[in-house]
Write a protein that binds this ligand. Structure first.
Ligand code: PTJ
Length: 255
């Protein structure tokens, strides 16, 4: 951490990497989480490392969906616990929703370490370590869910997810809000609402949006959700990347 110069142009990004390395040492992250983050960094580069309009639109729809939900749950994995534990707790307080640990590379030592990280960030209740059941037709460790959490949820918020579980949750008629920098991933394509943005920017903005929309009545919130079309919004994200790359390439040769 001390080796990163204060004026380094990519200091923020490098500090996030430090956080992940620390989380790896503390059993929160798996090495595969570092690889997943690297893929995310690449897509972040392509969207200009900023929250773009298509992400703002999805955040708006996600906030309305969370406020309308009967039983929302935030599903937490190693990367999320490492990067946004405080924001997860704040969001769960704002929309009164459960926090559940759900891991692809599940091992009980990691579950414990992640639970502690969430509690250190202020979480009072963390599900996912006991009272579990399984989601049908899902073969990864992610099939293990809490009977008091994801199993009975109507809305599940997740980040950095594999496509199989997103598909399984949607098949169970749950609304899935996904945060994923890759607009082409199976999770992005399958989710009900996909926020194509870095989770470190998207989650604080989602908390802010929930606070802002709280005063709206149900009809207004339902209108926001109805007007959001995930496929169309993903198409906007892909078009944005494509136009941006074209403009950057033209800049290079002076057109
Ligand atoms: O902690 P575990 O055991 O549950 O494992 C978590 C990982 C992330 C290792 C596991 O879910 C995995 O392998 O995920 P994938 O299939 O690599 O998918 C991760 C997705 O998240 C990719 O599409 C990345 O582009 C995206 N991504 C990576 N970093 C970020 C991100 N999206 C938003 N914000 C990021 N910081």
């Amino acid at each position: 951490r001390n080796l990163i110069p204060l004026n380094h142009p990519r200091r923020d990004s490098l500090l996030i990497r430090e956080k992940l390395v620390e989380a790896l040492e503390n059993n929160i992250l798996v090495p595969q989480g570092l690889i997943a983050h690297g893929r995310g960094e690449c897509f972040d580069y392509l969207i200009g490392e900023k929250t773009q309009d298509f992400a703002e639109n999805a955040i708006n729809a996600a906030a309305a969906t969370l406020l309308l939900a009967k039983y929302p749950v935030i599903s937490v994995n190693g990367n999320m616990a490492a990067l946004v534990a405080k924001d997860i707790v704040e969001l769960s307080n704002e929309v009164n929703c459960k926090i559940e640990i759900n891991l692809f590379y599940r091992d009980e030592k990691r579950v414990k370490a992640i639970k502690k990280a969430l509690e250190d960030a202020g979480a009072k209740e963390v599900l996912g370590d006991d009272d579990l059941t399984t989601i049908p037709e899902l073969f990864s460790e992610r099939r293990k869910v809490s009977k008091k959490g994801i199993y009975i949820a109507d809305v599940v918020l997740l980040g950095l997810e594999d496509g199989d579980r997103t598909e399984a949750l949607v098949r169970l008629n749950k609304k899935v809000i996904a945060i994923d920098l890759n607009p082409l991933s199976r999770t992005s394509m399958t989710a009900s609402i996909t926020i194509v943005d870095n989770i470190t920017r998207a989650l604080p903005l989602l908390v802010k949006k929930v606070k802002e929309l709280r005063s709206k009545d149900r009809i207004e919130l339902e209108e926001i959700v109805k007007n959001f079309d995930n496929k169309r919004n993903l198409a906007e994200a892909i078009k944005f990347i494509s136009r941006r790359l074209e403009a950057l390439s033209e800049d290079l040769i002076g057109h």
